[in-house]
Design a binder for this molecule. Structure first.
Ligand code: F6P
Length: 555
């Protein structure tokens, strides 16, 4: 047997062994697992500095984890991790490296692509970002009329928006008090209208963030912002009020943004992995270069943990493997992320792109259809809000929704009472999901509180909680730039490990292309003067016709 065949056989065997194991333990309830092992929390929780990852409420045994580790070995997670960290072109369909770990490399070690160290380029851009951010923060970056720039609008979408927007919200406490930062992503004019409203163009800095500088939404919003500014301050003001973050220098120059105001990055930085690059400029302006550096350091600490920790103590590996177990062996098709920290309320949206754009694939790296499920639907809401909305389904719906609970042990506010209530609710939710309450217990509780027997019997099935619903909990001391960096990097590496095991390329996103092409065809057909749409399916033609009919002036 040759090497690749042997590896494929080992992988097939690992999947098959896990399936047999699942059949043996699937009837085990988390109640029994906890009752049978007082040490379960210790056995199934991992630490990195002050960060705790508790996965004892996952439906796993020591044997499950051992078999999942064998799956990771059979899929060569270690080999792929080496390729990731050595700048190999692992994004095979785009023939690029995926080298976001270089962006936050805080060591003196070189990081090479094709033998060339990319660290000098990375450091040079970071230096320019720092100098620029410091000038804006100090009120020294002046607009066309000589006034300091005090409002910053970041225009971008997807990876050019979600990271800075999420992190800006998460790190509000670190934000410069004299600056305001707004984020625009949606091509819906309502978004840019809201962002521009009340702003003085003379004190506004617009950052156009787009890796390609061709994205329709971003370029449309940038054009509207430009018209807004030029209409008030004249064409010559563009150079003082617009900054670009992009890999496409020529397109940036054509827009009228100077080289001095352009912050570059590289094709090996994927959009959803780009917060660490110049895409982080608006965040750096808001929280300051030192805090931005702390975020990079946090991510780098997780890079070291991921790379240097054995499979059984490795947090991103454990996150990935319990996700695979839930998705591929217990049949879960959704995954919820519930931050019990209101500042992290955009974190689920950030993870949606990270996870679903990376691993929402059905074709493997070799072009074959995958034989198993890949990325589940990722969604979430901050706790405790989610408890009053989506968690009914989590507790009593027919299908379990594996959940990540995330919380800081210490709040960053002085209000008494709130944080313990928040944490108590989070812990209670994970306990209710895992342990549940059966019909007999529900009936007994009703009888004890004075409910009549007949009513108690009738309501017991409605009031029972099956439990055995898996969740993990991530706890850390405080939410700060360092820890936000760690959190993001944890999920990045989780996604990476899952992609390796599912056999997909986590770094392309061809699934977004068809819609873009079709939108370009539909756009002119919406015009009132356009002839009725030809070659469109009946629904598409019908919708276009309906819109035009509603817009047509009354006869
Ligand atoms: O359409 C998807 C996507 O390509 C994302 O991957 C990316 O983050 C986003 O669009 C924005 O792209 P750009 O930075 O090139 O404007």
């Amino acid at each position: 047997m040759d090497g690749p065949t042997r590896a494929a056989t080992r992988l097939d065997r690992a999947w098959a062994t896990l399936a047999q194991h699942r059949d043996r333990i699937v009837s085990l309830h988390l109640r029994d697992l906890f009752a049978g092992d007082p040490e379960r929390f210790r056995r199934f929780s991992l630490r990195q500095e002050d960060l705790l990852f508790d996965y004892s409420k996952q439906r796993v045994t020591a044997e499950t984890m051992a078999l999942l580790h064998e799956l990771a070995r059979a899929a060569d997670v270690a080999g792929w991790t080496d390729r990731l960290f050595s700048g190999e072109r692992i994004n095979s369909t785009e023939d690029r490296a995926a080298y976001h770990v270089a962006l936050r490399n805080r060591s003196t070690a070189p990081m090479r692509i094709d033998g060339r160290d990319v660290m000098p380029d990375i450091r040079a851009v970071l230096e320019r970002m720092r100098a620029f951010a410091d000038r804006v923060r100090a009120g020294e970056q002046l607009g066309a009329t000589g006034k300091p720039l005090r409002s910053v609008i970041n225009i971008g979408i997807g990876g050019s928006d979600l990271g800075p927007a999420m992190a800006d919200q998460a790190l509000g406490k670190w934000r410069h008090p004299g600056l305001q930062l707004r984020h625009v992503s949606n091509v819906d004019g309502a978004d840019i209208e809201r962002a521009l409203s009340g702003l003085d163009p003379a004190t506004t800095l617009v950052i156009v963030a787009s890796k390609t500088f061709t994205t329709q939404e971003t370029m449309t919003n940038a054009a509207s912002a430009r018209a807004w500014l030029v209409g008030r301050l004249g064409e010559a003001a563009v150079g003082k009020h617009f900054v670009a973050v992009s890999t496409a220098r020529d397109a940036v120059a054509a827009f009228g943004i100077t080289r001095e105001n352009t912050f570059g990055f590289w094709d090996w930085v994927g959009g959803r992995y780009s917060l660490w690059s110049a895409i982080g400029l608006p965040l750096m302006i808001a929280i300051g270069p030192e805090s931005f550096d702390r975020m990079l350091e946090g991510a780098h600490a997780i890079d070291r943990h991921f790379r240097g920790t054995s499979l059984d103590a490795n947090i991103p590996v454990a996150m990935a493997l319990v996700g695979i177990w839930n998705t591929n062996f217990l049949g879960a098709r959704a995954h919820a992320v519930l931050p019990y920290d209101h500042r992290l309320r955009r974190f689920p949206a950030y993870l949606q792109q990270l996870e679903m754009e990376s691993n929402g694939k059905r074709i493997d790296r070799d072009g074959r259809t995958v034989r198993h499920a890949t990325c589940p639907v990722v969604f979430g809401e901050p706790g405790t809000n989610g408890q009053h909305a989506l968690m009914q389904l989590f507790h009593q719906g027919p299908d379990p929704v594996p959940t990540d609970f995330i919380a800081p042990v210490e709040p960053d506010h002085e209000l008494s009472g709130h944080h313990d209530i928040l944490l108590a609710n989070m812990i209670a939710q994970s306990q209710a999901l895992a342990i549940g309450e059966d019909e007999a217990e529900a009936r007994a509780a009703m009888l004890a509180s004075g409910t009549g027997r007949e009513t108690a019997d009738r309501l017991a099935p409605h009031r029972a909680f099956p439990g055995n619903r898996p969740s993990s909990t991530l706890l850390f001391r405080r939410l700060d730039p360092y820890t936000l960096g760690r959190l993001i990097a944890l999920y990045e590496h989780k996604v990476f490990v899952q992609g390796v095991i599912w056999g997909v390329n986590s770094f392309d996103q061809w699934g977004v292309e068809l819609g873009k092409t079709l939108a370009r065809k539909v756009l002119p057909e919406l015009s009132l003067n356009a002839l009725p749409a030809e070659g469109q399916d009946a629904s598409t033609a019908g919708l276009i016709g309906h819109i035009k009919a509603m817009r047509a002036p009354a006869p």
